[in-house]
Design a protein around this ligand. Structure first.
Ligand code: NAP
Length: 242
């Protein structure tokens, strides 16, 4: 069985944690310290800022991170602590077989993620929400067996309100760059967990590759670094949004 990775803590000002099972907090290097009601995002980007490829055979994050086990561990941990996971239809369409469950991305910690959910008083798994202006999503996608599709163009505040109406407090947005930029522009994102992968991919005119945010002018919005972890040459940054 794959063991848990060990993240090295370089800096952490986030304070009190959630009470995670000890093996998870040892591996992460502390507790997560997420607020009760929050919208946090999680992405991996290359050093030159590439987040998505139009021609990836599946979800781009795995290509960007190089399949990094610590990155997958952290994704699973964030999912394990979330009431709901929110994605755009582009991210769903890019990953036709994926499930957005904690154990799907890091199976070795499945039982620990379950323990964490029980300790937090959460349901067995976070509910997936997909927003789609066009409504063009495959109803046979395995993630939609229990997932919810919010169809039609919605204001970012309406998206958040729909999840809150369903009783979800800790919401994890897993992209993609289009939806994320909209939520940021509406100042709805509380924190960003950003993995910086030690890779360079390059950009060129018309490449259709995507950066962390796309389609919105964010006007130099300020972020505060609240923690920094390391595993070999991968950096795990956590920012609070202003
Ligand atoms: N590296 C990473 O960490 C990471 C993370 C996540 C995703 N990705 C990659 O990012 C790419 C997808 O990103 P993307 O920017 O193209 O797509 P996206 O943000 O996942 O989805 C955009 C789509 O979401 C829907 N949408 C967005 N805002 C909406 C709103 N206000 N109301 C209703 N629907 C709304 C629309 O769906 P319709 O088109 O149906 O109208 C829109 O086209 C994929 O390649 C994925 O693998 C990478």
């Amino acid at each position: 069985m794959q063991s848990l990775p060990q993240l090295e803590v370089l800096f952490d000002s986030t304070g009190k944690g959630l009470g995670l099972p000890a093996p998870l907090s040892r591996a992460y290097g502390g507790d997560l310290g997420l607020a009760g009601d929050c919208l946090v995002a999680n992405f991996v980007e290359s050093v030159d800022g590439v987040v998505a490829f139009p021609d990836a055979a599946g979800e781009s994050g795995a290509v960007v991170s190089g399949g990094s086990a610590p990155d997958r561990f952290l994704m699973g941990l964030l999912r394990a602590c979330a009431d709901a996971v929110l994605i755009g239809a582009g991210t769903l369409r890019a990953a036709p077989g994926d499930l957005w469950f904690p154990e799907s991305i890091f199976p070795a910690a499945a039982s620990l993620y379950q323990q964490a959910r029980r300790a937090l008083g959460l349901t067995e798994r976070p509910r997936l929400y997909v927003v789609s202006g066009s409504g063009r999503v495959d109803p046979g996608h395995p993630a939609l067996r229990d997932g919810v599709v919010l169809k039609g163009k919605l204001e970012p505040g309406e998206i958040l309100a729909a999840l809150r109406r369903d009783g979800h407090r800790r919401i994890l947005c897993e992209g993609g760059p289009g939806l994320f930029a909209e939520l940021l522009a509406a100042r709805l994102v509380d924190e960003i967990f950003l993995t910086l992968s030690p890779r360079l991919f390059g950009r060129w005119a018309g490449d259709a590759r995507k950066a962390l945010t796309e389609g919105r002018d964010l006007a130099g919005a300020r972020l505060e670094l609240v923690s920094l972890r390391r595993h070999q040459s991968h950096l795990f940054l956590r920012y609070r949004c202003g």
